[in-house]
Design a protein around this ligand. Sequence first.
Ligand SMILES: *[C@@H]1O[C@H](CO)[C@@H](O)[C@H](O)[C@H]1NC(C)=O
Ligand SMILES: *[C@@H]1O[C@H](CO)[C@@H](O)[C@H](O)[C@H]1NC(C)=O
Ligand SMILES: *[C@@H]1O[C@H](CO)[C@@H](O)[C@H](O)[C@H]1NC(C)=O
Length: 406
Amino acid sequence: MATRLTFSLLVATLALLLLSCGRAAARQRLEVQRHLKRLNKPPVKTITSPDGDIIDCVHVSHQPAFDHPFLKNHTVQMRPAFYPERTANKVESHKNSPSIAQLWHRNGRCPENTVPIRRTKREDLLRASSVKRYGRKKHKSISMPLTVDSDLLNESGHQHAIAYVEGDRYYGAKATINVWQPKIQQTNEFSLSQLWILGGSFGQDLNSIEAGWQVSPDLYGDNNTRLFTYWTSDAYQATGCYNLLCAGFIQISNDIAMGASIFPLSDFGGSQYDISILVWKDPQEGHWWIQFGNDYVLGYWPSFLFSYLAESASMIQWGGEVVNSELEGEHTSTEMGSGHFPEEGFGKASYFRNIQIVDESNNLKAPKEVGTFTEQSSCYDVQNGNNDDWGHYIYYGGPGRNTGCP
Ligand SMILES: *[C@@H]1O[C@H](CO)[C@@H](O)[C@H](O)[C@H]1NC(C)=O
Ligand SMILES: *[C@@H]1O[C@H](CO)[C@@H](O)[C@H](O)[C@H]1NC(C)=O
Ligand SMILES: *[C@@H]1O[C@H](CO)[C@@H](O)[C@H](O)[C@H]1NC(C)=O
C-alpha cells in the first residue's frame, strides 16, 4: 500500500515536472518570437551576405530607434549640421590606404532612405544567457582601468591594453584602427579594438559610447571581424546595447550595417588594412555622430540618451579589450589585435594611428598627453609613439597565454 502510494506520487510529480518543462519551453519560444519581432523590422529589400548574414534594408523611419518613447515625434536628421574643424597640422594624409568595405556589399546594396540592419536569428538569441540580455554587455564588464580597484578588474577577466586622455572636456575622438582577426579560445570570450568616449565618474552611472571592430562568437555565432558600436548611460546595466539591438541609435547610412563583417583583414607580415572612426558631438543639438572611413556618416546617438555625455566626455580611450574566461587556471590563448606584442612593430603588431580628440571649440586635434594602461603586460601590452606621418599612435595587443602569462 505504502509503496503504491509512493509510486503514484512519483508518477504525479514526474508528470507535473514534464508539464512545467513544456510550459517553460513554450514560454521561451514565445519570448524569442516576440523579441525577434521587436528587433527585426519589416524590410524593403533583403540581401544575403556570403558569410551567411541576412541584411535587411529597413525604411529609415521604421528602424528600432523609433521604438524609444522619447523618439516618437523625432524627425531624422539626414546629415550632420556640423563637422569638427581640422587644425592646421596635417595628420590625415593616407592616400595609399586601400579602402575597407563590408562583405555583404558583394551581393547587393540598400536603396536610398533605407538602413541596412543585420537580421537577428533565433540561434543568436538562444546563445545569449537570457533573451532580454542579447546584445547587452554583462554587468561586470565595466572597462575602467584607472579608478577601479585592480583586483576587481583582474577578477572579472576583462583585460585591456589602451591609450587614454583625461582631465579635460572632450567633444569627440578619432583614430585609424588596424583590422585583424584575433583567435578566440572559448565562445564566451571576445576580442575587440575600439575607441571609448566616457563620461561621469566610474560608478553606476558611467556613460559610454564605443565603436570599433570585434570578434565575438557569443554575439554573432562565428569568428568574423565585425564593425560594431555600443552605448550605455548606466555602466552597462539597464540601458544601451551593441549596434541596433535596442532603441536609441539613429542610423542614416544606407551603406554600412553595424555588426556586419568587414574585409579585407590584415595579414601577418603582409598587407595592412585599417578603418577610421570619428565620433563627435554636434555643438548645437548635442547629438553624438559617428563616421566610418571618409565617406560614411553612420548616424547619431541623441543627446537625451545620456546624462554626463549630454554635456561632454571626461575621458577618451583607444585600444583593445579581451575577456579571459579562465579566472582560476591557465590564461586562455585568446588574442588581442594581431595576437603579437607591440615590440614587433608594423606589419606584425596591431596599431591605432592618428589618435585625435575634438576640443571645446570643435577642433579635431592631437591630444597633448596620452597615457597608457594594461593590467598584465605579459599577456597584452601597449606602447605609444608620435611621428609626423602617424601623429599619436599606439602598438598594442598580445597572444594571451604564453610563458610570461601562464
Ligand atoms: C508627440 O506629439 C504629440 C502630438 O503633437 C504629443 O501629444 C506628444 O506628447 C508628443 N510626444 C512626445 C514624446 O514628445
Ligand atoms: C571559431 O574559432 C574557434 C577556435 O579558434 C574554433 O574552435 C571554432 O570552431 C570557430 N567557430 C566557427 C563558427 O568557425
Ligand atoms: C592581475 O593579476 C596578475 C596575475 O595574478 C598580476 O600579475 C597582475 O599584477 C594583476 N594586475 C593588476 C593591475 O592588479
